[in-house]
Write a protein that binds this ligand. Structure first.
Ligand code: PEP
Ligand code: MN
Length: 339
């Protein structure tokens, strides 16, 4: 249950309710919401306790979360959450574009990719140092050196950077190089040890949807991050595994209007890993923004044929520039702007 209180509720009254719930063995979570006090009961609340609390003069409303999450439920915040990635807001009126190669391959290529992405109008640079490759024989990434090169390219082009972390043992490398946003990839969405390890380090986390994850499983993974201290969670829909083999995955745009009702977290879309085909990425980006995405994350490469991973789905710099320009038009059509 999530209890929303009237604005003038005193701390003493809130504390009294917290103590009463905790005394009954019901753990509570206090929303960081500043506009009014909001309190979630983490454990089930017996009907009679709920009825009594609901009748208190300071309680405005009581909402039942749609799943077993609490902190990421829409009712836990008054307004949708805006996540700041080193100056780039996700979830505000502006729509953000994340772009960059699948993996960091060399200083020269990531530098060129960063410059062209910046010129195209992108806001955040992506690139993997640690790559989750399906084959153990495929390029596994440059590791820590890749993070160094990514950060340097982000600094020189003036963009914060996002990169995938696959294991808690890699965390010091991400912190040493001040990677602005930690990406949890589809394959690790339910790696709860990883989620717990990265939640409290003070970095925003982009949580991609698992290959076959339901929305409830995805939000429960996000709840792990929130419960362990992360207040900067960005959800990223990246396509799910279906019977269809014509595309790499099937982009599920349903999540945009549906999760808006279920959660206050910002939601972006990665059409690159969803489609796997460059020609599909611009229309899917436009559709994502039209359906309410707070941003898109796309892969681009100055010379896709030479890419060491996901070259077949990489946009050319010119294609990225067109995508950003079209994104701006669609954003305006739905009352938004670019960041
Ligand atoms: C990626 O972003 O390069 C990636 C591996 O994505 P996903 O986890 O969505 O497959
Ligand atoms: Mn990729």
């Amino acid at each position: 249950m999530i209890f929303t209180f009237k604005k003038d509720t005193s701390e003493a009254e809130l504390q009294r309710i917290v103590s009463e719930l905790e005394a009954a063995g019901i753990r509570t979570a206090r929303s960081p919401e500043s506009r009014r006090p909001i309190l979630a009961a983490v454990d089930p609340v017996p009907d009679e306790t709920r009825a009594r609390l609901e009748a208190l003069p300071h309680v405005d409303s009581v909402t039942k979360p749609r799943g077993s999450w609490r902190r990421v439920d829409r009712a836990f915040r008054e307004l949708p959450t805006v996540v700041d990635v080193s100056g780039v807001p996700f979830g505000a009126r502006g729509v953000a574009v994340i772009a960059g190669p699948c993996s960091v391959e060399s200083e020269e290529i990531i530098g060129e990719a960063a410059e062209t992405a910046k010129r195209a109008g992108a806001h955040v640079l992506r690139g993997g140092g640690f790559k989750p490759r399906t084959s153990p024989y495929a390029f596994q990434g440059l590791g820590k050196e890749g993070l160094r090169l990514l950060k340097a390219a982000g600094d020189s082009s003036g963009m914060p950077v996002v990169s995938e972390i696959m294991d808690a043992s890699q965390l010091p490398a991400f912190l040493d190089h001040d990677i602005d946003c930690l990406q949890v990839g589809a394959r690790n969405m339910q790696n709860f040890t990883l989620l717990k390890a990265i939640a409290g380090v003070g970095k925003p986390v982009m949580l991609k949807r698992g290959l076959s994850a339901t929305l409830k499983e995805w939000l429960q993974a996000a709840e792990y991050l929130a419960a362990y201290g992360c207040d900067g969670i960005i959800l990223c829909e990246r396509g799910i595994r279906t019977f269809e083999t014509a595309t790499r995955n099937t982009l599920d745009l349903t999540v945009l209007p549906l999760l808006r009702q279920w959660t206050h977290l910002p939601i972006i879309v990665d059409p690159s890993h969803a489609a796997g085909i460059p020609a599909l990425i611009p229309p899917l980006s436009r559709a994502s923004i039209a359906a309410g995405a707070d941003g898109v994350a796309v892969e681009c490469h100055p010379r896709p044929a030479e890419a060491k991973s996901d070259g077949a789905q990489a946009l050319l710099p010119g294609e990225l520039a067109t995508l950003v320009a079209e994104t701006r038009v669609v954003a305006a059509a739905v009352g938004r702007t670019l960041v």
